[in-house]
Design a protein around this ligand. Structure first.
Ligand code: ZN
Length: 243
C-alpha cells in the first residue's frame, strides 16, 4: 500500500523502547489510527523529537492490514502554545481529546468532527471562554454523530414540557411530568438550557452572543455529563477538570 499523508491530532502516546513511540492519532483522512513511530524521540530524524499531545501534525504513514500502522514522518503544523500557558485551557483541551478518542473509530474518517475538534483547540489556545467553547464542541459532536436529543417537546409522548423538564439521554431527550418517572436517572434541567443545547448543536449562533453564567451553565454541564455517561457507560476521566 502506498504511504498516506494526512493532518493528525495525537490522542494518546506510549513510549516504546528507548527512542520510539506508539501513537494513537485522530487523522482527518483515515479516522483513528494506531501507529509505531520508530526513533521518534531522536532529536534529529523524521519526527523532530517525537509527538506531543495538544498539537496538530502532518503525518505520513503506511497502513498495515494487521497490527500497528507504520508512521514514517511527522511535522508539527500547529503547536497551540497558548494551551501551555493556561492550565484551565490545557485541561479543557484534554477533555476535548478524550471525547474525540471515545467518539472515533479506527479507519473510519469523520472529517467534519476532525475539523470541529481542531477548531475547538484553536479557540482554547486563544483562551476563548472555556465553558462556551466546550458546550459548543459537545453539542456539535452530538449532532455530527446523530445523537441529537429531542428538546422541544416530550421525547416519549410529545406533550409540552414543564419549565424544568427531566433530561433523559436514555429516552432520547426531555421528558414531560407524566413520562419523567420512566427514567429514575433523568435529571431536571431548565427548558432554556436544553433549547440552548439544541441551538449550539445547529452551530448557527455566534458564540460571543452566548451567556452561560449561573444556572444555564450549571444545567448544560449536568446535561452533557449525563449524556456522555449514558453513551459511554462511565464518566470521562477528564470530566472533573471542566466542572
Ligand atoms: Zn411525555
Amino acid at each position: 500500500m502506498p504511504p498516506s499523508r494526512t493532518p493528525a491530532l495525537p490522542l494518546a502516546l506510549y513510549d516504546f523502547s528507548n527512542t520510539s513511540q506508539i501513537v494513537v492519532l485522530f487523522t482527518r483522512d483515515l479516522g483513528k489510527v494506531r501507529g509505531l513511530a520508530k526513533g521518534a524521540k531522536r532529536a534529529t530524524g523524521s519526527f523532530q523529537g517525537g509527538f506531543d499531545l495538544g498539537a496538530v501534525y502532518e503525518v505520513t504513514l503506511i497502513e498495515k492490514t494487521e497490527g500497528l500502522d507504520l508512521l514514517t514522518k511527522a511535522e508539527m503544523t500547529e503547536g497551540f502554545p497558548g494551551l501551555r500557558r493556561n492550565l484551565a485551557a490545557l485541561e479543557a483541551a484534554f477533555y476535548v481529546l478524550e471525547l474525540a478518542a471515545e467518539l472515533t473509530v479506527e479507519h473510519d474518517p469523520q472529517p467534519e468532527f476532525w475539523q470541529a475538534t481542531v477548531d475547538t483547540l484553536r479557540l482554547l489556545d486563544k483562551w476563548a471562554p472555556r465553558d462556551i467553547v466546550l458546550f459548543a464542541f459537545e453539542a456539535a459532536a452530538m449532532r455530527q454523530h446523530g445523537f441529537m436529543p429531542r428538546v422541544d417537546d416530550c421525547a416519549v409522548c410529545g406533550r409540552p414540557l414543564p419549565p424544568r423538564p427531566a433530561f433523559s439521554p436514555r429516552f432520547g431527550g426531555a421528558l414531560c411530568t407524566v413520562c419523567a418517572p420512566m427514567d429514575p436517572g433523568a435529571r431536571a434541567v431548565s427548558a432554556g438550557g436544553l433549547k440552548m443545547m439544541a441551538r449550539l448543536a445547529e452551530g448557527t449562533i455566534p458564540l460571543q452572543s452566548l451567556n452561560v453564567d449561573g444556572r444555564v451553565g450549571k444545567d448544560l454541564r449536568a446535561a452533557f455529563d449525563l449524556f456522555w455517561l449514558n453513551l459511554f457507560g462511565r464518566e470521562l476521566r477528564s470530566a472533573r477538570f471542566v466542572r
